[in-house]
Design a protein around this ligand. Structure first.
Ligand SMILES: [Cu+2]
Length: 169
């Protein structure tokens, strides 16, 4: 191989590498959720309704119409250690609200004025739950769910749940 062909083939290799390796890999990403007001169908919704992102990513909600909406977490709709969030009311078209997600987990949110219309969504940050995040039912929960739990577990299994022994004898 002569020197010229050698240079040309290394350049081709570099071009190939640059094409394969996305320079944005590992960088925080901004995701967009459209806030849709479909007045003809009398339907208000977030699109996409469910979004999976990586830790450190930002989500920006964009109001598509001059219709009042907001974006707020359900009172218990976010992971332990994370904070609730609540946007101001977005009344104009193209008004936006952004939120950066630093803690993994699932964030469930809704629009307050249209909660009754089922206007809600969720953001999954990172991978699905690990064992460390599993919810251990409290005694009060075991009491409420006792009959349902008995369809799947024995009485002895249920009484091993944390704090449940006082409820299930
Ligand atoms: Cu709304």
């Amino acid at each position: 191989m002569n020197a010229g062909r050698k240079v040309a083939s290394s350049l081709a290799l570099w071009a190939l590498c640059l094409g394969v390796v996305d320079p944005a890999w590992g960088q925080p990403t901004e995701h967009k959720v459209q806030i849709i007001s479909d007045m003809d169908a009398f339907h208000m919704y977030f699109e996409p309704r469910h979004l999976r992102i990586e830790t450190g990513d930002t989500v920006t909600w964009i109001n598509q119409e001059a219709m009042i909406h907001n974006v707020m977490t359900y009172p218990d709709g976010f992971p332990q250690g994370a904070a609730a969030f609540e946007s101001p009311f977005l009344a104009k078209a193209d008004e936006t609200y952004s939120q950066t997600f630093e803690l993994p987990g699932v964030y469930e949110y809704h629009c307050l004025p249209h909660l009754i219309m089922g206007m809600h969504g969720s953001i999954q940050v990172g991978d699905p739950s690990t064992e460390a995040e599993f919810h251990v039912p409290s005694a009060a929960e075991v009491k409420v769910y006792r009959n349902k739990l008995l369809e799947y577990f024995d009485q002895d299994d249920i009484s091993t749940f944390q704090g449940a022994s006082a409820v299930v004898e």
